[in-house]
Ligand binder design. Structure first.
Ligand code: PAF
Length: 299
């Protein structure tokens, strides 16, 4: 099976590195320079003390034609518009598309794709891009995937062929799968980004932990979560397992990049507005993050 991967950030590099062990992978990058560096050096994957090199085909995004059996889109939610415009302009519709974004803001955008085979997923790995061709895999997790539109056949091949150290888990209900990840991201990401701490500090510091609980309670009421204790435990567990990691939103703020706040808290605020509900903590964090983003480029 031929796989295309769009986006060579930490997740794009991580997927290209593992998937190229069993599939023919083409990685599409934002810039021509990055593609050249990847062709020259391969992708260097660092895991604990082990370094491996994956030799993959790398090309600038302008050369993507959707000819692979499956294309995995790993760009940030706010970069999707450009990709979706490109998808809808392709003369041959791409075969199958898997979208791996944080948050749920992108669901609305997926509706506009004419294509019939669309999947969505959530990534629970900790990964850090060290330079344009090096990624460090510092938190082992799973990738959850589900059908958004179409049937699951290509996903079955993907799941069955992948090495066990990079598991992909099939989910029946894409909405539930995305909500589960949204709950985690809407608590950990904004708080770590505003306070400026690693994930583990949210539970080690009793005062920060109180903000975790209060924010979680507001989200839980807004989303009508059936089993709040389970979800709060899950957040605590992720903070423990990724204690030394900086959340993706904190990394974006530190690097002066745009964040995924619209796809995460923005989605929750739209829901609150539509249902005439109040969400003061979510709104406050949303505004603080938008304020921090002000004037920062989309690097
Ligand atoms: O976005 C992130 O950083 C991650 O999804 C998570 C799970 C919050 C861990 O850092």
């Amino acid at each position: 099976m031929k796989i295309g991967i769009i986006g060579a950030g930490s997740i794009g590099l991580l997927f290209a590195s593992y998937l190229s062990r069993v599939f023919k992978v083409s990685l599409y990058t934002r810039t021509e320079e990055q593609a050249k560096e990847i062709v020259k050096n391969g992708i260097i994957l660092k895991k604990k003390t082990i370094k491996t090199q994956a030799l993959v085909k790398a090309l600038p995004l302008s050369e993507w034609e959707g000819s692979e059996d499956l294309t995995i889109i790993t760009v940030k939610a706010y970069q999707l518009e450009e990709i979706i415009t490109k998808i809808n302009r392709l003369s041959d519709t791409p075969k199958k598309l898997l979208f791996l974004q944080n948050g749920m803001g992108h669901l609305k955008q997926l509706e506009s794709i004419r294509h019939s085979q669309i999947f969505v997923g959530t990534v629970e790995h900790g990964a850090l891009r060290e330079n344009v061709f090096t990624v460090s895999h510092n938190g082992e997790g799973v990738t959850n995937i589900a059908v958004y539109r179409g049937d699951a056949c290509v996903l079955t091949e993907l799941i069955e062929t992948l090495p066990s150290e990079f598991p992909i888990v099939m989910n029946e209900d894409y909405y539930k799968m995305l909500v589960n990840k949204l709950i985690v991201n809407s608590v950990i990401n904004p708080l770590t980004a505003i306070i400026g701490v690693k994930n583990g500090d949210l539970i080690k510091n009793e005062f920060y932990f109180q903000t975790v609980v209060q924010l979680f309670n507001e989200i839980s009421i807004l989303l009508n979560i059936e089993n709040p204790d389970y979800h709060l435990e899950k957040i605590i567990d992720i903070c423990n397992k990724t204690a030394e990691n900086r959340s993706s939103m904190l990394k974006d703020i530190e690097a002066n990049r745009k964040t995924e706040v619209d796809a995460i808290l923005g989605f929750l605020l739209e829901k609150a507005k539509a249902e005439f509900k109040k969400a003061p903590l979510i709104e406050c964090l949303y505004l603080l993050l938008k304020g921090k983003e002000l004037g920062k480029g989309d690097l």
